[in-house]
Design a protein around this ligand. Structure first.
Ligand code: ADP
Ligand code: ZN
Ligand code: MG
Length: 493
């Protein structure tokens, strides 16, 4: 029997607002800050405090929901999801449950096998929890273990995006996740720094006989924060489940963890142990009303998204799909490319793409920096490309000039003039000039061969004149010496 995997995703993305979801504490990078330095009575869960919805978080959520073609609910509600855990100071999480902010969206992704549209079941707002750090100490042979809690993350606005079970491969999940990350970054609502945990993905995985329409029992893999573990864990889980079904064993609905080192999924808790969250409406928050005018306003300010840009770049700049794909992967890269192309009239977009994706990205990778951090302006890159196109410097000189631009921020023109790079240093070009000078001045060559070697200075001058003074002096001298002594040898024999 053949099996097909069925996968649906729950994605949690922190919203990069200035303040938290229900209080005015700042949203900070928890990997870079003193623990519990951005905490107030509200996000610390003190009794008697009142939450207030962050309007900016609603706006950010709308940006995402609209970009995923969702239907926006003009009224949505908040609920309390109750459970006890040390990183959840209130004892419940405020989340949208029965009436989420948005439903019924879709996102089309491009796979190697073609396009595929993934349904978006819901997009809702909630708050993040705190973070626990578990410590194991060996003290005089006594093991001591304890946990530290940092509430800086508690209350950071969190967007939950739930897809339909529309995926049929781990690879398609990775493409979707990459595409979604790119959209979140384009919308400037999330940094996409998955290693910092600002975007976490939980795939739900089941397998069924190919052709069957019913959904089989699923497992859920918790909190994956890299594309690599996302794809690998799903593949592992698919094969594990197929093996079980083939052995007539039962799939247990349970939550799995991903062991990064051993690359296996590990059961964490089964359905029987699953929480009963006892959801009930949040009594301290009225239903969230979003006006159509607000939705329209957010919509009108949405940026061009990666997919549209991908199509436009191929058309407008005559780029192939590969180049266009790389250039639109980050908005900052796409913006840089367009600025470079437009800064000097008649700049060839393909050349800009080549220089960026080859040399410039190479230098950036070597330094480990992004395009926002480089000191070469787009205009300056175009200037360099212009010099190379006009053959004022050759390709290799161009690469060296770019490296110097990268290090100093000086313009190509300035570097080329300063270092006198416009000269001709090409052996073959210079040899050809020497050839033609010797052929044109047979009289002087004869005088040289008869012993008056000082006339070589005059010949040198002729070569330089033909090269309009741009030839590399050492190379001219070397070529001239070589050819004259070769002539001398044949003259003697
Ligand atoms: P919860 O996990 O809270 O019970 P849902 O039942 O809505 O929530 O499902 C969560 C995710 O699991 C959704 O992305 C959905 O598409 C996916 N899903 C549901 N059933 C299956 C299944 N049988 N196989 C794979 N994915 C599934
Ligand atoms: Zn607070
Ligand atoms: Mg779930």
């Amino acid at each position: 029997m053949k099996f097909e995997p069925v996968i649906g995703l729950e994605i949690h993305a922190e919203l990069a607002t200035r303040s938290k979801m229900f209080c005015s504490c700042p949203v900070i990078d928890i990997t870079q800050s003193e623990p519990n330095s951005a905490v107030c009575p509200i996000c610390a869960g003190m009794p008697g405090v009142l939450p207030v919805v962050n309007k900016r978080a609603v706006e950010f959520a709308l940006r995402v929901a609209l970009s995923l073609n969702c239907k926006i609910n003009s009224t949505s509600t908040f609920a309390r999801k109750n459970y006890f855990y040390p990183d959840l100071p209130k004892g419940y999480q405020i989340t949208q449950y029965e009436q989420p902010l948005a439903i019924n969206g879709q996102l089309t992704i491009s796979l190697p096998s073609g396009q595929r549209t993934i349904g978006i079941r819901r997009v809702h707002l909630e708050e993040d929890t705190g973070k626990l750090t578990h410590i194991q100490n060996q003290n005089n042979g006594h093991a001591r273990s304890y946990s530290l809690v940092d509430l800086n993350r508690a209350g950071i606005p969190l967007l939950e995006i739930v897809t339909e079970p529309d995926f049929r491969s781990a690879e398609s999940v990775r493409f979707f996740a990459e595409s979604l990350r790119s959209i979140l970054r384009y919308l400037e609502v999330n940094s996409g720094d998955m290693e910092k945990g600002v975007m976490r993905i939980e795939p739900n995985v089941s397998v069924r006989p190919t052709g069957s329409a019913a959904l089989a029992t699923r497992t859920e893999i918790k909190n994956l924060n890299s594309f690599r573990s996302l794809e690998r864990s799903i593949d592992f889980e698919i094969h594990r489940q197929i093996r079980l079904v083939e052995q007539n064993e039962e799939i247990i609905q349970q939550t799995m963890g991903w062991d990064e080192k051993r690359e296996v999924t590990i059961p964490q808790r089964s359905k029987e142990e699953a929480h009963d969250y006892r959801y009930f409406p949040e009594p301290d928050l009225p239903p969230l009303q979003v006006e159509q005018t607000f939705i329209d306003e957010v919509k009108s300010r949405l940026p061009e998204l990666p997919d549209e840009k991908f199509v436009r770049f191929q058309k407008q700049y005559n780029l192939n799909a590969y180049d266009a794909g790389v250039l639109v992967s980050e908005k900052s890269i796409a913006d840089y490319f367009e600025a470079a192309v437009q800064s000097i009239p008649n700049t060839n977009p393909k050349l800009v793409a080549n220089w960026m994706m080859g040399e410039l990205f190479g230098l950036m990778n070597k330094e480990g920096i992004g395009i926002e951090e480089i000191i070469i302006s787009p205009n300056s890159l175009s200037g360099l490309i212009q010099l190379v196109s006009k053959n004022e410097i050759n390709q290799n000189t161009g690469k060296n000039v770019l490296a110097e631009m990268f290090a100093t921020g000086r313009s190509a023109e300035v570097i080329v003039d300063d270092r006198n790079l416009r000269q001709i240093s090409d052996d073959t070009i210079i040899r050809n000039i020497v050839d033609s000078v010797l052929a044109e001045n047979t009289e002087q060559v004869k005088i040289y061969l008869q012993g008056k070697e000082s006339i070589s200075k005059w010949l040198y001058g002729q070569v330089m004149r033909q090269a309009k003074g741009k030839a590399n002096p050492q190379i001219v001298q070397k070529q001239l010496d070589e050819q004259l002594s070769a002539l001398k040898n044949t003259y003697r024999s």
